[in-house]
Design a protein around this ligand. Structure first.
Ligand code: DSN
Length: 439
């Protein structure tokens, strides 16, 4: 227990420094995380973080926005180029807030929405009221599920249409359909289904939080070209920016979205992060195609290497993934919660994940049957297929061979020494996890 203010004060900085020192030595495989460039880090510690804007550039609620407005317009321009979008709102402060803005713009409480369930790869922001999900508990939507084909790890088109037909018969015609989510190894059937949903009068939304960097890099499906009306995203998963959100859409939806964002779900919009996103988007414009290709190559290589070592990596018949993410059934070796902890002891950072059939089999999110791995951050650190093979071997040594985690950790620390810089960015002066002292 600390006592004086100075002890608490110093305690915080000691912990921050320990975290930075630790992350220099880990293998970061959490699919929703990434490491921003030193340039992004510079942008997010500027005075922009102490200012208010509110409203649209040029029509702000506050004075002092001369440069803030210009940066926000650059950010919008970059996003329009990268995503080929008619309209962009960079004010949502996260992916959840972007989704909430879209619910607010396109549906009333009590309306029906279709999305994947959480065990099937949906996100909590698409969840039912009884689960405390944003769609149900905050906006009052009735959430029904898109069907998932467990073998294909993708939306089952025929089964989903059967479910929707039943809903329509009972007066529950969906107002919104939400594709995308948090486990998104394969492109969703937006093109195949948009006509069906539009005929019902529904708005077609795509949550690209996980795959935004791959879409920007031209290596994943392009939902706006496939018929989606709106795309929501967070800016820090495969897209390597700071933590923030964004909405892309057709021009005809611009006014509804603007109003739903402000004054609907955002007051100030974390202006330092808008600047950080602009920097990350400029980096993506220059390096995004190479980066996104390598992320996917690495994910496939890691899937193959783990599979060859006996792991049940799902969707083997389709090459495991077309994105950055892999889902592994780990039940042969324990549960996802236990495995996550064991790997962390060896400096391998992954997260446990529900498998689509876990709830049916009585497994819970604390101790699910799966683990989820992503390759965005290791790719940013300059790792390629060869390193994916080495990572798979480290994972096997912990989980299958049950080697001492201390011994594996020593080898992981040694392995990480050669990967300290962020790649796919203009400047590499600072190390990826360097602690920057300015006080
Ligand atoms: N829950 C996050 C994920 O890990 O996918 C997304 O917000």
């Amino acid at each position: 227990m600390l006592s004086s203010a100075k002890e608490y004060y110093e305690g915080v900085f000691q912990l921050l420094k320990k975290h930075h020192a630790w992350f220099r030595c880990v293998i970061p495989l959490i699919a929703s995380e990434n490491v921003p460039s030193p340039a992004v880090r510079e942008a997010i510690i500027t005075d922009f973080g102490n200012r208010y804007a509110e409203g649209w550039p040029g029509r702000r609620v506050y004075a002092g926005c001369t440069y803030i407005d210009q940066v926000e317009l650059l950010c919008i321009e970059l996003a329009k180029k990268l995503f080929n979008a008619e309209f962009v709102d960079v004010r949502p402060i996260s992916g959840v807030v972007a989704n909430l803005a879209v619910y607010t713009a396109f549906a009333e409480p009590g309306d029906y929405m279709l999305a994947l369930s959480i065990p099937s790869g949906g996100h909590i922001s698409m969840g039912k009221k009884k689960l405390g999900g944003t769609a149900g508990a905050v906006h009052g939507l009735n959430v029904e599920y898109l069907a998932l084909n467990h073998q294909e790890l993708n939306v089952d088109v025929d089964e989903t249409i059967r479910i929707v037909e039943e809903l329509v018969k009972t007066g529950k015609t969906p107002k919104l359909v939400m594709f995308g989510g948090s486990v998104l190894p394969f492109p969703h059937p937006v093109k195949e289904m948009e006509g069906y949903f539009h005929n019902l009068g529904a708005t077609v939304v795509y949550d690209a939080a996980h795959v935004a960097g791959l879409i920007a890099g031209g290596t994943f499906q392009d939902p706006l070209r496939e018929g989606a009306d709106v795309v929501t995203l967070s800016t820090h998963k495969t897209l390597p920016g700071p933590q923030h959100g964004m909405i892309l859409s057709l021009e005809k939806h611009a006014e509804r979205i603007k109003r739903a964002t402000f004054p609907g779900v955002v007051s100030n919009h974390h202006l330092q992060n808008v600047a950080g996103v602009a920097v990350a988007l400029a980096e993506m414009l220059e390096f995004g195609r190479k980066y996104a290709k390598q992320v996917i190559r690495n994910a496939k290589a890691l899937g193959q290497a783990l599979y060859e070592r006996g792991f049940k990596v799902l969707a083997e018949h389709k090459g495991f993934t077309e994105s950055h993410v892999l889902l592994i059934d780990i039940t042969e070796y324990g549960d996802g919660g236990k495995i996550e902890k064991e790997l962390e002891k060896a400096n391998i950072i992954i997260n446990r994940n529900l498998l689509p059939w876990d709830i049916r089999e009585g497994r819970h999110y604390m101790n699910p049957g799966g683990i989820r791995l992503g390759t965005s951050e290791t790719t940013r650190l300059g790792m390629k297929e060869k390193q994916m093979e080495e990572i798979a071997e480290f994972i096997k040594r912990v989980i299958v061979d049950k080697e001492s985690t201390e011994k594996v950790k020593e080898d992981v620390v040694e392995f990480r020494k050669n990967f300290q810089k962020v790649h796919f960015c203009f400047e590499k002066l600072r190390d990826a996890y360097e602690y920057i002292e300015i006080k």
